[in-house]
Design a protein around this ligand. Structure first.
Ligand code: GLN
Length: 543
């Protein structure tokens, strides 16, 4: 039998709902249950593929090629399960399905109404995910904050579901308790009001997860309990933490897992001690020797703020790999446009133990990234290119080693004769018809690894699957000249003979991938290529 746990946020956004849900998932899994998690994004966008990463953060990609919210990345990293398109629901997807059904006479001549038909479609999707994953627990995160229009139909879905299966469904509110400096005391009123909002939507939360800068004290717990109708034991303290991986351990201090299981009348299937994570958190807290990684990108400047959400999976993958060597990762954000404007800055790159050029779209900042890659190649600084970072490495090599001065990508100059990165005919048709959404090369594709390469040493395997999200590919017409001049094609997609990994010999670490390895890294199972990259970075440091 499947149990459902809905989670919604109160007071304000940005309080770490996604990682909290992921943390609850980790706890339940540690007790021996099968867990899956669904993210509901209230956007009308059908998926996250068309969103700008500065506005929405990273676009995460599942194995089956769904472009989704970055929270699915958190779920995968915490629960250690691959998720699929069923784990992602948006307003756009729900309406699209309802309208399609209506067009096909699927409602048998009835008036199709926002209520109940929209929430019914939501419930249908949640149950479908439950069936497909055969999960004991389905966690459902409702995006946004209670009280806004955008997610009210999803709350309605939760209410309707709860009405029909009260013993098998829990509702958790994740709220925020501010400690205003001029007051000097933690305030519970906004949380009380968030609960009122939920009550108006016909929902009484069973548990309240209280986010704040510090742990909740007894008087605050009592107050929330009295005014929000939950028992004191069901008010879980969720203070700020240094590392997100401490979150489930913290929840367990307030016996959250135990409380949840009791409410469902369940016993743990095994003793949930999360020993692996305790060990990990211990390393995170104690690792002192730094490894300095520079990320040369462009999606992090907004006004006066630096946002690093666009690269969250890369950051986490660097951390996982660093911790496996008991190193303290230090990540530096370097704007590619600075190198374009002032190439003299390039020599500063020598201060880092390794450089990453991550994925990206559009021409802005491209030349600065190419200069960065050239500098890393010539100065033997460990370099790891991800997707665009691989395409640009090929362009750099073609221009500066193969003498193809005008080498470029069709993405930036469609007419150039020396496009070493080109668009495949099937993609060209899509582009001409402006069919952008969900049409890139997406999700898992097979890659065959060449023996004797760094990649082969890392994967210890000749056949792997990695996740993709791109339109452009290495142009096979230039492959032989690139190889002749020293590029090693270390990985190829066997079905379409597409270049997936390149390396350069005689360099401590110069590896670049057409796919996104960062999506597959897990806290206690670092990705093999990130691990080898960090190994090379640590070596450089010890010189
Ligand atoms: N813009 C490039 C492409 O579409 C690279 C995409 C990426 O880095 N994810 O092929």
């Amino acid at each position: 039998m499947t149990r459902y746990i809905f989670v919604a946020g109160g007071v304000m956004s940005g309080i770490g709902k996604g990682v909290a849900v992921a943390g609850i998932g980790k706890i339940l899994k540690s007790y021996g249950f099968r867990v899956t998690a669904i993210k509901i994004d209230p956007y009308v966008n059908v998926d996250a593929g068309t969103m700008n990463p500065i506005e929405h953060g990273e676009i995460f990609v599942t194995a089956d090629g769904t472009e989704c919210d970055q929270d699915l990345g958190n779920y995968e990293r915490f629960i250690d399960e691959d998720l699929s398109t069923l784990n992602y629901i948006t307003t756009g997807r729900v309406y699209q399905a309802v309208i399609e059904r209506e067009r096909n006479l699927g409602y048998g001549g009835k008036c199709v109404e926002v209520v109940p038909h929209i929430p019914e479609e939501v419930i249908l999707r949640i149950k479908k995910a439950a069936r497909a994953t055969r999960a004991d627990f389905v966690l459902i995160e409702i995006g946004g904050t209670v009280g806004e229009y955008q997610n009210s139909l999803f709350l309605e879905a939760a209410r309707m579901m709860k009405m029909n299966m009260s013993g098998n469904l829990l509702f958790i509110l994740i709220s925020y308790l501010p400690v205003p400096r001029m007051v000097g005391e933690m305030k519970t009123k906004p949380t009380q009001q968030a609960v009122r909002w939920l009550n108006m939507a016909g929902i009484q939360p069973d548990m309240i997860l209280a986010r704040s800068v510090v742990p909740l004290d007894k008087p605050r717990k009592r107050k929330i309990s009295v005014f929000c109708n939950v028992s004191k034991e069901d008010v879980i303290s969720a203070p700020d933490v240094k590392s997100i991986y401490e979150i489930p351990l913290n929840f367990e201090k307030d016996r959250m897992g135990d409380r949840i299981l009791k409410k469902f009348g369940l016993r743990p299937k095994k003793k949930g001690n999360m020993r692996d994570w305790k060990k990990l958190v211990n390393i995170i807290r104690t690792a002192k020797k730094p490894v300095k990684i520079g990320i040369v990108g462009k999606y992090f400047e907004t006004g006066n703020f630096t946002l690093t959400d666009s690269y969250i999976s890369i950051i986490e993958a660097i951390k996982h790999a660093s911790w496996s060597f008991k190193r303290k990762p230090e990540i530096y954000w370097l704007s590619s446009e600075d190198y374009e404007k002032n190439p003299r800055l390039l020599k500063g790159l020598k201060e880092y133990d390794g450089i990453i050029v991550p994925g990206g779209f559009g021409v802005r900042g491209i030349e600065g990234k190419i200069k960065t890659i050239q500098f890393c190649r010539k100065n033997k600084i460990p370099y790891f290119g991800l997707c665009l970072g691989m395409q640009l490495a090929v362009i750099e090599f073609a221009r500066n080693v193969c003498g193809l001065r005008r080498a470029n990508s069709a993405e930036f100059n469609s007419k150039c004769k020396e496009n070493v990165i080109d668009v495949m005919p099937d993609q060209n048709i899509l582009l001409k018809e402006k069919r952008y959404g969900g049409t890139m090369r997406l999700g898992d594709y097979k890659c065959r690894i060449k023996p004797g390469t760094i990649s082969h040493k890392a994967y210890k395997s000749s056949n792997i699957f990695e996740r993709h999200r791109h339109r452009y590919e290495v142009n096979n017409a230039f492959r032989s000249i690139l190889e002749k001049r020293g590029i090693v094609v270390a990985g190829v997609n066997p079905e379409r003979d597409l270049v997936e990994i390149i390396e350069i010999k005689g360099h401590p670490f110069f590896v670049a991938t057409q796919f996104h390895p960062e999506f597959k890294s897990r806290p206690t199972k670092p990705h093999p290529l990130f691990r080898e990259f960090i190994r090379a970075c640590s070596r450089r440091q010890s010189h």
